[in-house]
Design a protein around this ligand. Structure first.
Ligand SMILES: C[S@@+](CC[C@H](N)C(=O)[O-])C[C@H]1O[C@@H](n2cnc3c(N)ncnc32)[C@H](O)[C@@H]1O
Length: 300
């Protein structure tokens, strides 16, 4: 989870790796409130941005914020993993860079009705695209206990995931699992939560795991990056910012495979041997940036 809107994460680093001062088209696959794109458009009058987000409410708010740049901005409600299937929408010869600032925005987190936050009472929803049928509640009420345990272990990297799943199943049988507060309480009980400075609340990982499952956030990410890189023209810069280790691993291996394929010539050059992290100063002003990792490549 991270800054959205007014405090885009790793902003200067992103613009630098995108070489966003070049004239041309920039793709923003995770538009959010358009924090990064606003700066591209503001600083480069020869830039155009095509933005995508799964979240309609975000796009509507963002369109208002970036009204002054409407003539150089096109926005679409779409999953960026479908971007290559959008025939005729993207002028690939003009694309100079693409950005994917993954995960959740603070705009989404701040709205209790979306159910992303364990700090606010709300429905167990967690959908980025509210047209989708599967919600967190549906998963919690219908998945077998073993599948719940697996997803908490895999996506939340939680120990005692079997115990957590067992408690969830007991509660749901009693009809006592309805809100974000109910889920938070199960997490607190399972992990014997006592508030302590610098200790992550156990619900953070529980909510993260569910959110990843609801939105299928990791599915096909590496395959998409591979296909995108091959589609782009030489010189195009691709930048991904991730916020949790599973996601970062997918990005890292996708870039490595493209830079040193088993067969044939390299497709990209890796620009970030190690991931770029926010400075202590950035973390100080935007604490949610603390887990951000930026990895960039250039199409060769
Ligand atoms: C961290 S925010 C982006 C913040 C943005 N860079 C800014 O500065 O305002 C992530 C956004 O990506 C969207 N998102 C996440 N996965 C997506 C996907 N697969 N396709 C499209 N949008 C996605 C979320 O809905 C959220 O609005």
């Amino acid at each position: 989870m991270k800054g959205c809107g007014h405090t885009p994460v790793l902003l200067e680093e992103t613009l630098l790796f995108l070489q966003a001062s070049r004239p041309g088209v920039y793709l923003d696959g995770t538009f959010g409130l358009g924090g990064h794109s606003l700066e591209i458009l503001k600083r480069n009058s020869s830039a155009r941005v095509i933005g995508f987000d799964r979240d309609e409410a975000s796009l509507q708010t963002a369109a208002g914020r970036l009204k002054a740049y409407a003539n150089r901005l096109s926005l679409y409600q779409a999953d960026f993993r479908q971007l290559l299937e959008l025939e005729g929408l993207i002028p690939w010869d003009e694309v100079r860079g693409a950005l994917f600032d993954l995960g959740l925005s603070s705009f989404q987190l701040a709205d209790p009705a979306r159910g992303f936050s364990f700090n606010q009472e709300g429905p167990l929803d967690m959908r980025m695209d509210t047209r989708q049928k599967v919600t967190a509640e549906k998963i919690l009420l219908t998945y077998p206990e073993s599948r719940l345990a697996e997803l908490f272990k895999e996506y939340g990297e939680l120990h005692q995931s079997k115990l957590l799943a067992r408690k969830i199943v007991s509660l749901r049988k009693l009809g006592l699992l309805k809100t974000t507060s109910d889920l938070r309480r199960v997490a607190e009980e399972t992990y014997h939560w006592i508030p302590q400075k610098n200790r992550l609340h156990p619900a953070a990982k529980v909510f993260q795991a569910l959110r990843i499952e609801v939105n299928q956030e990791l599915a096909g990410l590496d395959d998409f990056l591979d296909r995108l890189a091959r589609q782009c023209r030489p010189g195009t810069r691709l930048v991904v910012i991730s916020f949790q280790s599973l996601e970062d691993r997918l990005v890292k291996t996708a870039w490595q495979r493209l830079a040193a394929p088993e067969k044939g010539q390299p497709v990209v050059k890796i620009l970030t041997r190690k991931p770029v992290r926010p400075t202590p100063e950035e973390i100080e002003v935007n604490v949610r940036s603390h887990s951000a990792k930026l990895r960039a490549v250039e199409r060769v």
